[in-house]
Ligand binder design. Structure first.
Ligand SMILES: NC(=O)c1ccc[n+]([C@@H]2O[C@H](COP(=O)([O-])OP(=O)(O)OC[C@H]3O[C@@H](n4cnc5c(N)ncnc54)[C@H](OP(=O)(O)O)[C@@H]3O)[C@@H](O)[C@H]2O)c1
Length: 337
């Protein structure tokens, strides 16, 4: 089993060595329809056996439920796992269905305490600002996050969906270890500005939704295939004519997959992993899955190397994708660049 372990890479300029692929844990409690808790737990254990050590959650995933669900696994393997969680999507007391972005100090202070309590750990290894509240200067937000480092509540800092300018401003206050943003064969809007800024500053890129929220695996072709509570039913890329047009874009992925005897998802993951070499910076994708067999398949993708010809075949896909990656693009850095 251990000879299947994936390669490692440093997280941030001074952080720990972690597996070159992490695990997105969101779907275990939130967003992608019903989950089986036993199968999710087996997935976590199998991931660790394979050398996947960076585990990604957020306080917003299931309003704290995801952090609570992961807590026993983290406690059992505290020295082996690197725990990443996030703050910023607050739940207003008068309407639990809404989310309000908060980056102010009082909010961050209560959020970190709540995450530490739910995770039942003394320190969070990587603490991200999940979304940007443009009403609070980023220097102020990162100043508060830096205080948490000095107080020993948090080890490293990360930012999700920030622009290049926001990243540069933040980095003057405290080193940023990681930027987490959507990056996949379908979503490449961070490449012109955010990726070069990260490379220049020594920041690790953590691509989320590297499988295009599952669409790049071919496991669903339209929102109609998903359960009624699935978040993806409201995403522009997966509905109506957009879904049909986007499914047709998988043809070159299929061609490359056949050449490697690999799945579509493995080619999507190999492509994003290979962006580390293309852009010369550390890249740690965090595909999300709740199934042990899929974590094996995904981890194995770290060993696939695509040729220049294959990269060229995949190159035109992103520019042809129909529909934005969010219904409201202010949620994404590209909406503010
Ligand atoms: N910072 C942010 O704003 C943000 C936003 C979104 C997500 N995230 C993080 O990034 C992580 C990953 O993103 P994501 O979950 O949205 O998208 P993703 O990793 O692109 O895709 C996940 C979907 O793909 C399916 N899947 C995974 N491996 C598969 C395989 N080998 N074959 C077929 N299907 C497969 C999963 O289903 P099963 O689970 O049923 O296997 C799930 O439906 C999340 O878990 C979360 O931690 C962060």
């Amino acid at each position: 089993m251990t000879n299947n372990r994936i390669a490692t890479v440093r997280l941030g300029a001074t952080g720990p060595e972690v597996g070159v692929q992490g695990l997105g844990c969101m779907g275990m409690s939130f967003a992608y329809g019903p989950s089986d808790a036993g199968e999710s737990r087996a997935t976590l254990e199998r991931a660790l056996e394979l050398g996947v050590t960076l585990y990604d959650t957020a306080d917003a995933y299931g309003a704290g439920e995801n952090e609570k669900f992961l807590s026993p696994f983290f406690k059992a393997h505290r020295d082996e796992v690197v725990i990443a969680t996030k703050f910023a999507l607050s739940i207003p007391p008068d309407d639990p269905t809404r989310r309000v972005i908060r980056n102010d100090a009082p909010y961050i202070r209560q959020a970190v305490e709540a995450s530490l309590r739910r995770l039942d750990v003394d320190v969070i290894d990587l603490y991200y600002m999940h979304r940007r509240d443009v009403n609070v200067p980023i220097e102020e937000t990162v100043g508060t996050m830096a205080d948490l480092v000095r107080e020993g509540k948090v080890k490293q800092l990360g930012l999700s969906e920030v622009t290049a300018d926001e990243l540069r401003a933040a980095h003057t206050v405290h080193p940023i270890a990681a930027v987490q943003s959507e990056w996949s064969l379908f979503s490449r809007d961070i490449e012109p500005k955010v990726v070069p800024a990260a490379r220049e500053l020594g920041v690790t890129l953590v691509p989320y939704s590297p499988l295009g929220r599952g669409f790049l695996t071919g496991s669903f072709a339209t929102a109609e295939d998903l359960t009624s509570d699935d978040f993806r039913r409201r995403q522009p890329r997966f509905t109506g004519e957009n879904a049909a047009a986007n499914a047709a874009l998988l043809a070159p992925v299929r061609t490359v997959a056949e050449a490697h005897g690999a799945s579509l998802g493995q080619i999507a993951l190999a492509w994003v992993q290979q962006q580390a070499a293309v852009h010369d910076l550390p890249v740690i994708p965090i595909p999300g899955t709740r199934r042990p067999s899929r974590v094996e398949e995904n981890a194995a993708a770290t060993r696939i190397v695509l040729s220049e010809e294959e990269l060229a075949l995949l190159e035109p896909i992103a520019a042809q994708v129909a529909g934005d990656r969010y219904a409201d693009m202010r949620f994404a850095s590209a909406g503010r660049e």
